[in-house]
Design a protein around this ligand. Structure first.
Ligand code: GLV
Ligand code: MN
Ligand code: MN
Length: 411
């Protein structure tokens, strides 16, 4: 490996470098989806920056990127850290990139101060964490961990109809090689992910960083409602079979059922995406596809919430003379992060708040396979998955400081 340089990465400057990549002129914010131009730009930045530090960069069969610092004396399994560089459509600047940038910044600082890690430190950029292109969140980490049926993944199609297999092949990957990566997984002792806080729990506590306790159980369901396309002016109201009416009822059922659930279940349900066919302003739609995101404290709470919403959907469809088909696109079980690892990080940080989250993360996927934990950085407004997501420069640097402290203590 090339000798370590004394370059120290400033996370705020690194995020500024990334700001032009994937800026979305239509939706605002940033749109960076698996292996599109923006995602490739982010990936190229990862390689360039990691190599500038002398790290050994690899891309695995599942399109995850890894950059390893293994100086003399660093032996055994690696401590992994990082996050993702893809985004939701029109997302914020920090969800994902903050963790990758902070990981590279932390490694650069440890190098510059002459830290001699006892084990390698490996920085990860996980592919398609948001599932924005192919519908399955944490796609790269789930494939790595062997959590997905690889045949089904190869057939997943994006909005243009291109399959995952097509997109991977065009980018030079072998879609036949995706799936559980035993040696890579076994080469990681633990994973620590730094992430922008999604929600507003740290602000009232007056502290820039916290540690994660748990992630809500969550999943995505695709509902395809089929009715009869017709003329918006000529069709009598009593003879319509309008899937938009059903879709509207599903949107309201999602809210109503989540509100009606026991508050202890922390239930929430959202329809954030729909596709209308044919989509003419003077035409009754023939088909509407909508995506339900449902989350709650425990798996059974999510199942109960979704069952209730789907019953409402079936009733609304019957009343309107429409059909509804349902497909579960993903389900992620509740996560409790590793207590011993989190305690060790807390000791290193001198005691910080611990908070739960409703957002999914690669750390949550990996937690079923190895010790995993997370650091959150204060988000003053709590907003995320939106261009309005933010953190102060001071807090961004405090987050990178905290990750540096943790990596120093754990290696
Ligand atoms: C990912 O950020 C998710 O929680 O959907
Ligand atoms: Mn996200
Ligand atoms: Mn994220």
């Amino acid at each position: 490996m090339a000798a370590a340089t004394m370059t120290v990465i400033d996370p705020v400057a690194a995020l500024a470098e990334l700001a032009p990549v994937g800026a979305d002129p239509v939706r605002g914010g940033w749109s960076r989806h698996l292996l599109d131009d923006a995602d490739r730009g982010m990936r190229a930045w990862f390689v360039r920056t990691a190599e500038s530090l002398g790290l050994a960069v690899e891309t695995d069969a599942n399109a995850n990127q890894w950059a390893t610092w293994a100086p003399a004396g660093a032996t055994g399994k690696a401590l992994a850290t990082g996050s993702h560089l893809d985004s939701v459509p029109g997302g914020g600047p920090l969800d994902g990139p903050l963790g990758v940038v902070s990981a590279l910044a932390a490694v650069s600082r440890l190098m510059a101060e002459g830290h001699a890690p006892a084990r390698p430190i490996r920085v990860a950029n996980f592919a398609e964490e948001e599932g924005a292109r192919f519908g399955v969140p944490c796609l790269g980490s789930q494939l790595l961990a062997g959590e997905l049926d690889t045949g089904r993944v190869r057939d997943l199609a994006d909005a243009s109809g291109a399959t995952y297999a097509d997109v991977m092949t065009a980018a030079g990957y072998d879609p036949g090689a995706i799936g559980r990566d035993e040696p890579r997984l076994r080469g990681i002792a633990a994973y620590v992910e730094l992430h922008i806080e999604q929600g507003r729990q740290l602000e009232p506590l007056g502290t820039p960083v916290g540690l994660a306790t748990s992630i809500l159980a969550h999943g995505r369901w695709r509902l395809t409602v089929t009715g009869r396309g017709d003329h918006a002016g000529a069709t009598e109201l009593d003879s319509r079979r309008d899937p938009m009416v059903v879709a509207a009822e599903v949107v309201l059922a999602a809210r109503d059922r989540a509100v009606a659930a026991d508050p202890a279940t922390r239930s929430r349900a959202t329809v954030g995406k729909q596709r209308i066919v044919p989509g003419g302003s003077n035409a009754i739609a023939s088909q509407v596809t909508l995506w339900l995101d449902a989350r709650a404290e425990h798996d059974v709470d999510v199942r109960a919430l979704v069952d209730a919403i789907l019953t409402d959907a079936a009733n609304a469809a019957a009343a309107e003379g429409c059909d509804v088909e349902v497909a579960e696109e993903s389900f992620s079980t509740r996560v409790a992060f590793d207590a011993a690892l989190t305690d060790a990080m807390d000791d290193a940080l001198g005691g910080v708040p611990r908070i739960p989250t409703g957002a999914g993360h690669d750390a949550g996927i990996l937690s079923a396979h190895l010790p995993a934990a997370m650091i959150f950085v204060r988000n003053p407004d709590g907003v995320s998955h939106s261009p309005h997501e933010g953190a102060s420069d001071e807090d961004i640097r405090a987050g990178a400081d905290a990750l540096t402290t943790v990596l120093r203590a754990l290696t």
